[in-house]
Design a protein around this ligand. Structure first.
Ligand SMILES: NC(=O)c1ccc[n+]([C@@H]2O[C@H](COP(=O)([O-])OP(=O)(O)OC[C@H]3O[C@@H](n4cnc5c(N)ncnc54)[C@H](O)[C@@H]3O)[C@@H](O)[C@H]2O)c1
Length: 256
């Protein structure tokens, strides 16, 4: 039976690890040819090997989402390998612990940690949208894009003001682009994961697992595949009337 992304071409950023890797594998399982991009070359090769081992078609494109030339190259290489881009998952991101010391309130954050956070988690999504949509329009419209926001795009979180600001910004970009390109057949949505078991959350969970789980009605971390399945669906024709939406997958965290 054909998958729900049969014959589609997808570009995924942050595909060397966690949610991006699980989504690349799930999209390939559903019939897409997948271009996987990330800063981490080793991680990328591992993702591509997983896809090829299950009979899928995939290429690795090393690149930094904060560099416009790299983003333009990701789009150009995907088109040169597979002919077009139908779906994109703009997912590369960094956590507060990656850009500065843990546990800082707003007045303690350095300008450089805030700049790095906004550059990867917000500007990176903008640059991807810009180049992906440019391609989709040039070939006559049509396409589906999912950006990764977070529950941190919906609420405030202490000691994560820069992350929260960036993820709120992703929702703003998503809504605006959805309105602008609805008449061009390009759907733009975002996914808001709760706490998911990936390398990004490892240190936080080692330090604060019980405290955080007390706030999650399901009392567990999600796994990357639980986000991937939602993203695959949002990219497919099954979500044909969905645009400008933020889809929460969080074990009930934001409902509590
Ligand atoms: N894990 C969670 O609990 C959680 C919750 C909500 C949202 N998110 C978001 O999900 C996305 C994926 O996170 P994850 O949990 O899979 O983390 P992860 O650390 O496993 O994966 C993130 C990937 O992004 C890549 N990356 C970082 N900076 C980059 C850059 N400048 N250019 C290209 N690639 C870059 C990393 O190399 C890494 O492979 C992120 O946007 C994150 O903010 C994660």
């Amino acid at each position: 039976m054909a998958g729900i992304l049969q014959d589609k071409v997808a570009l995924i950023t942050g595909g060397a690890s966690g949610i991006g890797r699980a989504t690349a594998v799930a999209m390939a399982r559903e019939g897409a040819r997948v271009a996987v991009s990330d800063l981490s070359k080793d991680g990328l090769e591992a993702t591509v090997a997983m896809i090829n081992a299950q009979g899928g078609q995939s290429i690795a494109i090393a690149g930094d989402v904060t560099a416009e030339a790299d983003v333009a190259n990701m789009v150009a290489r995907t088109i040169s390998a597979f002919g077009r881009i139908d779906c994109a998952f703009n997912n590369a991101g960094v956590a507060p612990r990656s850009v500065g010391p843990a546990g800082q309130r707003t007045h303690e954050l350095s300008q450089s940690s805030v700049a790095t956070m906004l550059s990867v988690n917000l500007m990176g999504v903008f640059l991807c949208l810009k180049h992906e949509i440019g391609h989709m329009l040039a070939r006559g419209g049509g396409g589906a894009i999912v950006n990764t926001s977070s529950i941190a795009g919906l609420i405030g979180l202490a000691t994560s003001a820069h992350y929260v600001a960036a993820k709120h910004g992703v929702i703003g970009l998503t809504k605006s682009a959805a309105i602008e390109y609805a008449q061009d057949g390009i759907r733009v949505n975002c996914i808001n994961p709760g706490y998911i078991q990936t390398p990004m959350t490892k240190e936080t969970m080692e330090a604060r697992f019980d405290e955080i789980m007390a706030k999650v009605p399901m009392r567990r971390l999600g796994i990357p595949q639980e986000i991937a399945e939602a993203v695959v669906w949002m990219c497919s024709e099954k979500a044909s009337f969905m645009t400008g939406a933020s889809h929460v997958v969080d074990g009930g965290y934001s409902a509590a």
